[in-house]
Design a protein around this ligand. Structure first.
Ligand code: LMR
Length: 337
């Protein structure tokens, strides 16, 4: 397969030959659109699902006939653990992994996993827009990856198959599914729980069969995957963030015709704004729907409860400060107002 085909650009599909008036043969070539496969692991009715569909709509409208964007949700094409590799191989052109899934590529992005670092999503947004935050989009370039945008999901909540989930001691000895992140592993170990790294697509079944007792996620991810149907309690802990980086293969991106790259960058900026505005509403809506479904109980936490979780997770910051960089952490903390 030629390099350009592998990277998602089909050079010339139709070649019509005919004989001109003077008898000389000529070839009329029709350029086929550049196919952009966009793979992700969540449902369409989530902030990431909607933002990727908006990107498709905008990109195809801005670059008619020049690009075709194919969105594959729900780990249909590639799940966690495979999608980054597929991007580097050119089997897919865009993915949007959670920021927790980059630690094999750069230690810096681990900053987003530090528990209780950001007070709210506004702080996350300010940090992502700051010079320090924007520099993270280029931090994976040496690995052949280019970050295009940050997309929001929201703050994480904790859930288990137990009746009580108020204080860190309630998770002691329990098995938790975590994303592939060493920071998250340390976070659960700090509370005496047993973390297990697992792909998102496998979580529902693992919860249902008791392979793990609990997990941490946003309201929209829990609702769209029906985690609330196989968990007893969800504590509104807001202890961390799940956001995304849209990434592409830097060689593919740099090799695009400049007008296409420009159009895609504009579509990405608009889709980002669109999706990021939706994220808060989706999580509020899905929290309500989980409450109404009456399966898992939503546990509100008091200030003292939250202080106890914060204290229990404190060792994480110390352990990863060196890898992430004190300057970057300070820049993130400055975004809390
Ligand atoms: C998870 O793996 O729990 C989530 O981050 C999945 C996603 O992409 O939101």
């Amino acid at each position: 397969m030629s390099e350009s085909v592998k990277m998602g650009r089909r050079p010339v599909l139709a070649a019509l030959s005919a004989v001109g008036l003077g008898g000389a043969p000529f070839i009329a070539r029709a350029q086929s659109p550049i196919v952009i496969k966009f793979s992700h692991v969540v449902a369409d009715k989530t902030p990431k699902g909607q933002a990727s569909l908006k990107f498709k709509e905008l990109a195809e409208a801005k670059l008619p006939g020049k690009v075709q964007v194919q969105v594959f949700p729900n780990s249909q094409l590639f799940g966690d653990g495979k999608e980054m590799e597929a991007l580097l191989l050119g089997d897919v052109q865009m993915i949007a992994p959670s920021l927790s899934k980059f630690d094999r590529y750069t230690k810096k992005i681990q900053i987003f996993d530090l528990p209780f670092l950001f007070d709210d999503m506004e702080a996350v947004d300010r940090f992502q827009h700051s010079a320090a935050g924007q520099s993270l989009l280029d931090s994976i370039k040496p690995r052949g990856l280019q970050g295009l945008a940050f997309w929001h999901n929201g703050l994480k909540q904790l859930s288990t198959n137990k009746d009580k989930l108020e204080r860190p001691e309630d998770v002691k000895g329990l098995k938790f599914r975590i994303q592939a992140s060493d920071v998250l592993e340390t976070q659960f170990r700090a509370m005496g729980a047993n973390p297990q790294k697992m792909a998102f697509g496998e979580v529902y079944q693992a919860l249902q069969t008791g392979v793990v007792d609990g997990q941490e996620n946003t309201w929209s991810n829990m609702y769209s995957q029906k985690f609330h149907e196989v968990q007893k309690t969800i504590a509104e802990s807001n202890h961390g963030v799940i956001d995304y980086m849209v990434v592409t293969n830097s060689k593919w991106w740099d090799g695009l015709p400049p007008d296409v790259r420009k159009g895609l960058a504009e579509a990405m900026a608009e889709a980002t704004e669109y999706g990021n505005k939706l994220a808060g509403d989706f999580n509020a809506r899905d929290k309500k729907l989980i409450g109404e479904a009456g399966k898992a109980r939503i546990q509100q936490l008091t200030k003292d409860d939250v202080a106890a979780w914060r204290k229990a997770m404190e060792p994480v910051l110390k352990k990863f400060e060196g890898d992430i960089g004190a300057d970057l952490i300070a820049a993130a903390q400055k975004s809390n107002r």
